[in-house]
Each structure stands twice: as structure tokens, then as C-alpha cells.
Design a protein around this ligand. Structure first.
Ligand code: AMP
Length: 285
């Protein structure tokens, strides 16, 4: 695995690959890697010639300075995992490599209503910061394929809109959520949970599954949401939202009559950490 910090060095390396008609796959991450991240890299390895993984904790997408400060940065174990996964290139820029001082740049993309709902209500500015860093990374790496996790469904919806509107020649592939044995979606933030909260967090996935059954039975979405918010509330958990939406517009739906692509998304505060999860629901024939 080759490691780069400087944009110019990475580009020079990838240019050779491009001249040899190699297909470049890209997996942007913020590090503190787990099996979820690795699954994206493995998928890229499967269908691309060169897999590039970036590790960059993007300050612009943190609306909470404490969350940014506490974000784990276990670089040595990240590098070991990526080597083990057979990744070709890891790009670990500094903040100045991505945001050169004195540079004057504004991204000509507005995520619009997609960024105002769900996470957007609780993390002002988060998606604008995310879109900008993904745009900058895509411009640097210029991959043919981009791999992102369903785990961050709203993020992916916004990146998809950006790629389409800016006509970037990139195929975006959504990879499934990798979960811990108890159903908790893997996340770099899980490490900060107490063992008790981590075990109790099994309720999140269980609630998504129970809610899907109710939705299939035709129970009105408002009732399902209210019930889900209740089961996600206990001495350590406090849910921020549980919403049932169309997977493209992210606007609320009531039943499969409203949308064929239904997604339930939730965010829960646990021990000052936010956990997010979601499930795509399809009508069973
Ligand atoms: P992050 O490092 O949190 O920015 O995540 C980098 C990428 O990994 C994003 O595309 C995430 O959606 C994806 N990802 C994070 N957690 C998981 C998971 N449990 N399963 C699959 N993909 C994930």
C-alpha cells in the first residue's frame, strides 16, 4: 500500500494509472476504521483496478467542536486494516492540503431541501461541509467509481445529487450497512459508548425491524413513528428523530402508495454521542 499526504504526489501517481486505463475506485473516510469501512474498500477492490482510501477528519462538517476534538484518530491500526484489505493507495492529507490557506473557492452546489431535514435539523452546516470536502476529494482523486455506505443515507443522497447536478463522470455505489453481532450499526463513535449502552443499543436495529413489519401491515406512519420514539427512549437513550421518508426526496411518506423506495431513518443521543441508523423498506409481494 502506498501512502500519500500531498495532493500533487497523489495526482502524479494516479495519472500513471489513468494512462494505463486503470479503473480507479475511491472510498472517502474519516478514519477510525472498522469492518464497515473495510467492506467499502473490499467492494472497490472487487470492481476496480486501483482502490484509493482517504482518511481525513474534515473540520468543516463538525458543528460540535467537542465532537471534532474527541473524534478518534488511531492511524496505525487504520493503516494495518487497509493493508490487510488489499487497498492500493491511502491518502492522508492535512487540513492545509485540502483547504489551502488563502484559497478562494465556493462550491457551486446547493443540496437544498435534502440538507434541511433529518440530520440537517440537528447538525446545521454539516452537509454543506461534507459536500465541499467530498467535491474537493473527488476533484483530486478523479475516480471512475465512488463507494459510500448506506449507513449515512442522507449524506449519500446529497452526494448523488451533487454528482448529477455538477455532471461529474463518477458512478456512485451504495454499500450495505455492516452491523455488530447485536445489530448495532458499526460506527467509529461506538468505541466511545459504555459497554452497557453499547449492548442496549441493539434496540435501534430491533426498532427498525419491528417498524417495518407494522408499515407492511398498513399501520399509519405517524403511529409507527410515535411507537418507535417511545421504544428508543430509556434511561440512557434519547431519540432525536425517527422518520419514514421517500429515499430520493427524503420527504415523509405514509405508505407504499406514496413511494416504492421507503427509508426509515433515526438518530439517538446516547451518553453525549449521536448514533444514526436506517433501513430501506421494500414492499413484499
Ligand atoms: P466515515 O468515516 O464515518 O465518514 O465513513 C466513511 C464511509 O464509510 C461512509 O461512506 C460511511 O457511510 C461508510 N460507513 C460507515 N459506517 C458503516 C457501516 N457500519 N457499514 C457500511 N458502511 C459504513
Amino acid at each position: 500500500m502506498i501512502q500519500f499526504q500531498r495532493v500533487a504526489h497523489l495526482r502524479e501517481y494516479l495519472q500513471t494509472g489513468k494512462s494505463d486505463k486503470k479503473v480507479i475506485g475511491f472510498v472517502p473516510t474519516m478514519g477510525a476504521l472498522h469492518k464497515g469501512h473495510v467492506s467499502l474498500a473490499e467492494r472497490s477492490n472487487e470492481v476496480c483496478d486501483i482502490t484509493v482510501v482517504s482518511i481525513f477528519v474534515n473540520p468543516k462538517q463538525f458543528n460540535d467542536p467537542e465532537d471534532l476534538r474527541k473524534y478518534p484518530r488511531p492511524l496505525a491500526s487504520d493503516l494495518a486494516m487497509l493493508t490487510e484489505a488489499g487497498v492500493d493507495v491511502v491518502f492522508i492529507p492535512d487540513v492545509e492540503d485540502i483547504y489551502p490557506p488563502g484559497e478562494n473557492f465556493t462550491l457551486d452546489f446547493n443540496p437544498g431541501p435534502l440538507a434541511e431535514t433529518l440530520e440537517g435539523e440537528f447538525r446545521p452546516g454539516h452537509f454543506e461541509g461534507m459536500a465541499e470536502v467530498v467535491y474537493r476529494l473527488l476533484t483530486i482523486v478523479q475516480p471512475e467509481k465512488l463507494f459510500m455506505g448506506q449507513k449515512d443515507f442522507q449524506q449519500l443522497a446529497i452526494v448523488r445529487k451533487m454528482i448529477t447536478e455538477l455532471q461529474m463522470p463518477i458512478l456512485l455505489e451504495m454499500c450495505p450497512i455492516i452491523r455488530e453481532p447485536n445489530g448495532l450499526a458499526m460506527s467509529s463513535r461506538n468505541e466511545r459508548l459504555s459497554p452497557e449502552a453499547r449492548s442496549k443499543a441493539a434496540i435501534i436495529y430491533a426498532t427498525l425491524i419491528e417498524s417495518e413489519i407494522l408499515f407492511e401491515e398498513g399501520v399509519p406512519a405517524v403511529e409507527i413513528k410515535a411507537q418507535a420514539m417511545k421504544s428508543l427512549t430509556n434511561d440512557v437513550f434519547s431519540p432525536e428523530y425517527f422518520e419514514i421518508v421517500d429515499g430520493v426526496t427524503l420527504q415523509p411518506v405514509n405508505s407504499f402508495e406514496d413511494s416504492q423506495y421507503v427509508v426509515a431513518l433515526c438518530a439517538i443521543r446516547v451518553e453525549a454521542i449521536r448514533l444514526i441508523d436506517n433501513a430501506i423498506w421494500t414492499r413484499k409481494e
